[in-house]
Design a protein around this ligand. Structure first.
Ligand code: GTP
Ligand code: MG
Ligand code: ZN
Length: 367
């Protein structure tokens, strides 16, 4: 047992021999290992061996060497920091190989890969046994977790709101879909069924929480963090009381051991990076729409709207309707993103080829 005041060691933050080996040349340059715990978009929060937290930025080299967004440093990544450079800026000079990586990606379209969290051993998909429950989405989660190499855990939360039978039936369906998944029925609010979740949080083990907005990820994170003294106030403040929609991805070391990554809820439309799958994921909504009284129903105030009725009944969450209504726009966004990304990749490839042809030294060094 570690004392509650001692800051975590590198190992407790997830460091291991493989990282240590890879870091040898960076130690030689005087760089320091750190783990990225927050993505602020313009910079990152990083944690170092002594528990010190720093705001760090990407070096130009790291940025330019990244061929896709997925190559850029992400929360959970281990990086080499140059501390005390020319100005006060602390720079990420290298990103270590990911030992596992949770990401969304369209099949065969690596350019579209988006990293959710790096170096994660356990992924907890939080959902409920009511409006959020969706087996197709769950299947998609299992696909990305399977690819990441992490252990899949499903949490059917808010059990206080549904009959026990309903929760058990949902658990059965999920188990059928993925016999290897570990499933827990919980009510974080009523503190039911949470104890077994603590067992996943061992020293050095990183657990990522994913799931739709409002299912209780932050509430659960707060509960697992406990009331014990946190070694930075900042971490406590930013996890708040779980009442706010999480805006940024954040990795939080836990005193008793383990690390949690709380994620902003993934919107239905963001779950899918492929147009066909995106459309398919809303096919049940198409079914409902066919039951609206008027063929040109706007699903707002129109009389006899089957979608509105389903929402009032709690059969589908409002967020899903919003996603559905924006589907065409989202598909358009998806296409333009893919096009833009392809262009960038082609341009990078050309530049690299050009540099290779010229025997550019800088480029060779970075290979
Ligand atoms: N009834 C009930 N409500 C819960 C439970 N767990 C969480 N909630 C409530 O659900 C609401 C949303 O919880 P959050 O923890 O903010 O949800 P989140 O998944 O972090 O949402 P995003 O950050 O938007 O992705 C809060 O009002 C919680 O109090 C539960 O077990 N039962
Ligand atoms: Mg949250
Ligand atoms: Zn309608």
């Amino acid at each position: 047992m570690t004392s509650s005041i001692k800051p975590p060691t590198l190992e407790e933050l997830g460091w291991n021999e493989t990282f240590e080996k890879e870091f040898a040349p960076y130690y030689a340059k005087g760089w320091k290992p750190a783990r990225l715990i927050r993505d602020n978009r313009i910079n990152y929060g990083a944690i170092l061996a002594d528990g010190e937290e720093l705001q760090v930025s990407m070096s130009g080299k790291v940025y330019h060497d990244a061929e896709t967004d997925a190559d850029l440093p992400a929360v959970g990544d281990w990086v080499a920091l140059q501390v005390g450079g020319s100005n006060d800026e602390v720079l990420i000079q290298a990103r270590l190989q990911r030992q596992s990586c949770l990401s969304r990606r369209a099949p065969g379209q690596s350019a579209e890969e988006q990293v959710i969290a790096a170096n994660v051993q356990v992924v907890m998909v939080v959902t409920d046994s009511g409006p959020d429950f969706n087996l197709r989405r769950m299947e998609r989660y299992f696909t990305i977790i399977g690819r990441s190499g992490a252990r899949p855990v499903v949490i059917l939360n808010k059990s206080d709101l549904f009959p026990a039978q309903q929760s058990e039936e949902c658990a059965r369906l999920v188990q059928e879909l993925h016999p290897g998944a570990e499933i827990h029925i919980t009510s974080v609010e009523k503190k039911k069924g949470i104890k077994p979740l603590r067992d996943y949080l061992k020293p050095g083990v990183t657990v990522a929480l994913v799931g739709s907005s409002g299912v209780g990820k932050s509430t659960l994170a707060n509960h697992l963090l406990g009331d014990e003294w946190q070694w930075t106030n900042e971490v406590n403040a930013s996890t708040g009381k779980g009442k706010h929609t999480t805006a940024a991805r954040e990795l939080i070391p836990i005193l008793r051991g383990g690390l949690l990554v709380d994620n902003p809820g993934i919107k239905e439309v963001q779950m899918w990076t492929n147009e066909t799958i995106l459309r398919e994921s809303f096919s049940d909504m198409d079914m409902l729409v066919s039951k609206c009284r008027y063929a040109d129903c706007k699903h707002g105030t129109d009389a006899g709207c089957a979608l509105r009725e389903a929402i009032l009944n709690g059969d589908i969450p409002v967020s899903r309707l919003e996603g559905y209504l924006k589907l065409d726009q989202e598909i358009e966004n998806l296409r333009s993103r893919q096009k833009k990304r392809k262009l960038i990749v082609v341009k990078r490839e050309r530049r690299k080829q050009h540099q290779r042809d010229e025997g550019d030294e800088y480029e060779q060094e970075s290979r």
